[in-house]
Design a protein around this ligand. Structure first.
Ligand code: PLP
Length: 421
């Protein structure tokens, strides 16, 4: 029963370092967030010891009385949050949830349509090195010149290629998708519609983004992005025959024992996601992204050749287009790191630079909203980012870093977590 600091001081020290990194800097990676301490307590619990292959009430191991209650709580809360008739909370990650959908609904070699990775799709939507691109015949669709999914083009491709499944969803896109139109097209060609709402699930839960759940045959999500829970995946559906296929694709199709400690943390996160406080947080997330977009479209930024993909945002992130700027994506990411703002470089549509460099940045507001940022704080951080992008290597790094530190100090994070080392 020795403490971590005694058993493994090297790991304890690095966890403390990571805590300080999260506290002292500003996290603006669009897919990241801060899980509640309550969720982390559930995750760091004795539940990690328990095998529970199967589903609540139908396990292949004894001693599942308590994990059954916990997993059922997670299922019921998730169903209520999104108005779904069925939920599976066992996927270890978003990629696992997506793999289970392929496993359940299509066969290797079948045609599947998804947004191309280079235009904002996810690896699991058909990237050639991913299982999805290796085992399935992928027909990618792309964004139009305005940076939007062109539904006429989706329909044309669907009619030409007759996919068995169409995936709607994204990792880097700033507009809302038309789920009803996707379903109409899917029905017309006899395809399943799968929506991957990993990025915008928190906005949907708060009622601030249209829900795909009534339209899709199956919806997947991660639980750690805008939803703000532990790292993990979930699957939802309203169709009983699909529900059965999904359950058997997750276990025994893809996974063995579920991570009941993570499922407990998911249950906590789903409870939090049903609160007014969560809704307020999602509102501030959207407001922050809008403020950032507006600042990054002002003349000084434009003058530096910096643009926004699609000229704005309707969601929790902006995509900065650096094709005509002096900085490339890697340089901009590194400069922001020097003032303790963490973002990720990201390809823009038709990016002339390779994926390790890119000509874009993806900047998101969910983690700052969780930290308590209000409109004036988003205005301040937006101005810091704008000044850095305009100034480039010549920007006043010390002054900008000081403004970042002041914002971090104004909104303390995980104050009650004691150091482990
Ligand atoms: N789906 C989408 C749309 C994503 O953006 C991501 C992660 O970035 C995933 C799935 C995969 O989630 P995970 O990293 O948990 O496997």
């Amino acid at each position: 029963n020795a403490a971590l600091r005694d058993v493994d001081p090297e790991v304890a020290e690095q966890i403390d370092n990571e805590l300080r990194r999260q506290q002292d800097g500003l996290e603006m990676i669009a897919s990241e967030n801060f899980a509640a301490v309550a969720a982390m307590q559930a995750q760091g619990s004795v539940l990690t010891n328990k095998y529970a292959e199967g589903y609540p009430g139908r396990r292949y191991y004894g001693g599942c009385d308590y994990v059954d209650v916990i997993e059922q709580l997670a299922i019921d809360r998730l169903k209520a949050l999104f108005g779904a008739g069925f939920a599976n909370v066992q996927p270890h990650s978003g990629a696992q949830a997506n793999a289970a959908v392929f496993h359940a609904l299509v066969m290797p070699g079948d045609t599947v349509m998804g947004l191309s990775l280079a235009h904002g799709g996810h690896l699991t939507h058909g990237m050639k090195l991913n299982f999805s691109g290796k085992y399935y015949d992928i027909v990618p669709y792309e964004l139009d010149a305005e940076g939007r999914v062109d539904m006429a083009e989706v329909e044309r491709l669907a009619k030409e290629h007759k996919p068995k499944m169409i995936v709607a969803g994204w990792s880097a896109y700033v507009r809302q998708l038309d789920f009803a139109e996707f379903r109409r097209i899917a029905d017309e060609v006899g395809a399943y519609l799968w929506v991957d709402m990993a990025h915008f699930a928190g906005l949907v839960a708060a009622g601030l983004h249209p829900s795909p759940v009534p339209h899709a045959h199956v919806t997947t999500s991660t639980t750690h992005k805008t939803l703000g829970g532990p790292r993990g995946g979930v699957i939802l559906s309203n169709e009983a025959d699909i529900a059965k296929k999904i359950n058997s694709a997750v276990f025994p199709g893809q996974q063995g024992g579920p991570l009941e400690h993570v499922i407990a943390a998911k249950a906590v996160a789903f409870k939090i996601a049903a609160t007014d406080e969560f809704k307020d947080r999602q509102k501030r997330t959207l407001e922050g992204a809008r403020i950032l977009a507006e600042r990054l479209m002002q003349d000084d930024v434009k003058g530096a050749g910096v643009k926004l993909v699609s000229g704005g945002t309707d969601v929790h992130l902006v995509l900065v287009d650096l094709v005509d700027a002096e900085l490339d994506g890697k340089q901009a990411e590194d400069l922001l790191k020097r003032i303790h703002i963490t973002v990720n470089r990201n390809s823009v549509p038709n990016d002339p630079r390779p994926p390790m460099v890119t000509s874009g940045l993806r900047i998101g507001t969910p983690a700052l909203a969780t930290r308590g940022f209000q409109a004036e704080d988003f205005e301040e951080v937006a101005d810091v980012i704008a000044q850095l992008l305009v100034g480039g290597e010549g920007a006043d790094i010390d002054a900008l870093a000081g403004r970042v530190s002041a914002l971090a100090a104004k909104h303390p994070l995980y104050q009650d977590l004691a150091p482990l080392a």
